[in-house]
Each structure stands twice: as C-alpha cells, then as structure tokens.
Design a protein around this ligand. Sequence first.
Ligand SMILES: [Zn+2]
Length: 289
Amino acid sequence: MPELPEVEALAEFLREHAVGRIVTRVDLAAVQAIKTFDPPLTALAGLELTGASRHGKFLDLDVSGVHLVVHLARAGWLHWRENLPTTPPKPGKGPLALRVHLEPAEGELPSGFDLTEQGTRKGLAVYVVRSPSEVPGIARLGPDALELDAEAFGALLTGRHTQLKGTLTDQTVLAGIGNAYSDEILHAARLSPFKSADKLTDDELLRLHAAVRETLTGALERQLGQRAATLKGEKRAGLQVHARTGLPCPVCGDTVREVSFADTSLQYCPTCQTGGKPLADRRMSKLLR
Ligand SMILES: [Zn+2]
C-alpha cells in the first residue's frame, strides 16, 4: 500500500509535470471507485490543475478550487502516461479505475495519468469535493507523521494502552504510516511491535521519534525525482524487515520473522527488537495445536 513517502513523491511528481495544465477530460472506468456525486466528475473538465498535495495517505489534486482526492488503498497506483488513448475506456475491464486527460503543451502529445488498482479486492477511492475536509478519512486524520517534534510525539502516545504496531498505523492517531513503514520504523527503533505505546521510556520514545523521521524521509528521498511508474519498485529496495520473512536482518544477521493476522502480517527481527525471543504467532500456534 502506498504510504506517506510514495504519496508525497507522487504529489511532487504531479507538481512538476501536471500542475499548471488544463484538465480536458476525466474517464471513470471503475464505477465503484467514485464516492461522491456533487460536484460531478465532469466539473473538472476545462479547469486548470493548480496544486497537488498530500493529507496522510490521501493525494489531493486542486483543480481550480474543486478537489480530486484519491486514496490508493492496498493495490492502487498512479501511472503517468504520454500519448493517452482518446477513446473512452471500457468500464469494469482491467485495472484502470480513472483516467485524467491534460491539455497538451504546444507541440507535445496529449498526456495525463491513470489511476489503477490490481487484484479483485477493490478499495481505491476517488472523491470530488470543494474542500478536502469533506472526505471523512481526511477529517479524521491525526497530525502528519513528519510534522511532529519529539515532545508532541511523546504527548500523542501518552495514555495509549495499544500496541505500537497498531498505534503507528492508526491514521486517527498519526497520519501517513502504514504496514510497511511501521515495520521499518519499529526495526530502526529496536522496539517490539507488541510493546504498549504508553510503556516507553524517554530513551525509547526519542528513538521511536527519530526512527519515524529517518525512515520516512529516507524513503521519500529515494523516491523523489523517480518517474511515477517506477516509484513502487523503489519501496521494496530500501526495506530492512518488511516483506522479508526468512531473510537475514541487514543489521544483525538474525532471520526476519513474521506474525500473521487474518488479512495482514508484520515482520520483525527478534535480535534487534524483542530480546531474541520470537513473538507468539496466534495463527501458527493454532495450526500446530
Ligand atoms: Zn536484526
């Protein structure tokens, strides 16, 4: 799932390539993706794209005061395209959800971008609103993960009897971090994903705050300037533990382990994070019983 660094890099890419150009047409190919009806999608046609920004994991395209807000969900992505086909796409076929056509610069081919979603579980969501705060997921967002100093970060975790993994990924607590970067952040901070957020020492809190900043800014720097089409591959390249079950930890050489849940999993290094002890994997122990 695209998280803060990926979405910020997409916003930056669009600021460079798309802002300042006129939206000529928007094609909706996945009817279930659009979550609003007023203003209609057709309201965007003929207006200039004036800004691209991010709220947590939401991408916000300001089209002269009408906002096209996108949540890419688990398997959504944005593909920049030169020479877009002009025939409207067939609805419900393939991964295409939405296509945005931009007026070509003089002497250039028409370009624009596709929002796509792989797989059968469709979660990509598109909103056309007058203000981003009309999107319920944005209205509920906690402070942005990159905007908190250590003190504010500590205050945010105080009194939360929830496990660090769940706390870091709860968008109403902290905006922008998902499954992949929470694994990476906890590994960098040498903290167990199951440790309670209100049980951190001052030193652990500082480590966790530093790990949030370093992990997210490091990932963002790797991705800025990349073409939108290749951003996804770059996420994998920088990861230490996430999606690396069974591989050696790059820090200590121990084997990266996994805890599975109903529809997700987390990865961690026992030596770096849990005093060498493997965490209980309820699904595994159930199978073994
Ligand atoms: Zn390790």
